[in-house]
Write a protein that binds this ligand. Structure first.
Ligand code: EPU
Length: 336
């Protein structure tokens, strides 16, 4: 294992921010992870996945570890299902492509989400009516405090909307090494009722649904409205969609009869992108930072903006939405 000093993380975060880590290393397997823990006992360790959900506002003191644990392994199989154990360092979209190529179902709505496999359960990635919790069986990781390997079942993960135990009690305390997914081999259950999926399928004149067709459709929809981070630095949705109470929603709906909404257990979820757009901030730019012109929920680094400037801009958005609607937006990305 080699250690780099004062190392730029620019290549390792999709906002493209040039912050430095005091120390940087990469791990390729569980053994290296354990060695690292022995060597850096009681020192701050920050585990980096794909860097696609993180806003660095300053240099990182301590050691930043890029998780490169790879591999896709079949661990079980029956007539209907297959269980895959996947290394946390795999790129999520590569895993999706692997599943599409083998016609393994369940993951197709999560196509083209940036980031690594290990990061997926942390924020319970979700899109087009599916969340990773729907296909996840286990998360395997090393407890950074005692070096023990721990396996978390689905229930242990305490999944919620863009939330899990790895963002709460175990925040920064588990180095996820693998996840296990349960996918379908036949009788795939396709979820096509979200947003534009049916419309695009009709345009494509699709007669028979397949894992491949759904994946291609989702990719097409995402590419039409989300900026490619390889071109424009961004982290996807910057804020979570806020959940508001039923009475508060009724008041909003009286004023804006077309407000989109999704009922939840405790109230109603309203798209943050819609609130930002209604506040007149879709495509708004301040210097080199702005909201995307096709999806107001995405904040884009249009040039050499730094993390602090992006953070300040996000606070302006929060303030404007709060002033207009009395609704607080919470960041979805981790701000460091
Ligand atoms: N909308 C607007 N203006 C905008 C953006 C959206 O009016 O600028 C409206 C749309 O017209 C639609 C509604 O808001 O009626 C929802 O929009 P969309 O389907 O684009 O989804 P979203 O709620 O903005 C969420 C996820 C995305 C995910 C999509 C599709 C969150 C925070 N974001 O966005 O996830 O791809 O649904 O499932 O839940 C991500 O987390 O990085 C991400 C991209």
């Amino acid at each position: 294992m080699t250690f780099q000093k004062n190392y730029s993380l620019q290549k390792f975060n999709t906002f493209g921010l040039d912050v430095k880590a005091s120390f940087f290393t990469e791990i390729n397997d569980q053994e290296q992870a354990k060695l690292l823990l022995d060597q850096f006992q009681n020192q701050p360790i920050f585990i980096l996945g794909g860097g696609s959900n993180i806003l660095f506002t300053k240099n990182i003191e301590g050691i930043v570890v890029k998780n490169n644990i790879l591999g896709i392994e079949i661990v079980d199989k029956n007539e209907e299902n297959i269980w895959l154990k996947i290394g946390a360092g795999e790129i999520w979209q590569n895993l999706v492509q692997y599943c599409v190529a083998h016609d393994f179902g369940g993951i197709e709505n999560l196509s083209l989400i940036y980031g690594s496999v290990g990061a997926a359960p942390i924020q319970n990635i979700g899109a087009y009516g599916v969340e990773v919790k729907d296909i996840l069986e286990n998360v395997i990781g090393i407890n950074l405090e005692n070096g023990q390997i721990q396996t978390f079942g689905k229930e242990d993960c305490k999944f919620g909307y863009r939330d899990s135990i790895f963002k709460q009690t175990f925040k920064g305390k588990i180095l996820i090494t693998h996840i296990v997914l349960k996918l379908t081999l036949k009788k795939h259950i396709f979820k096509t009722d979200y947003g534009d999926i049916q419309k695009v399928l009709a345009e494509k004149k699709v007669k028979n649904l397949s894992v491949k067709i759904i994946s291609e459709t989702i990719c097409q929809i995402r590419q039409s409205k989300l900026p490619d981070p390889a071109v424009w630095g961004n982290c996807g949705s910057f804020f979570k969609n806020p959940e508001i109470s039923e009475p508060k929603f009724k008041i909003l709906q009286e004023k804006y009869p077309n407000v989109p909404s999704y009922p939840t257990q405790n109230g109603v979820k309203v798209p943050a992108g819609w609130l930002i757009e209604q506040a007149g901030l879709k495509g708004k730019r301040v210097g080199n930072v702005g909201t995307h012109e096709k999806q107001a929920l995405v904040i884009v680094n249009y040039g050499n903006a730094n993390g602090q400037q992006i953070w300040d801009f996000s606070k302006q958005i929060q303030a404007a939405v709060f002033e207009k609607f009395g609704v607080s937006l919470q960041a979805e990305v981790n701000i460091l």
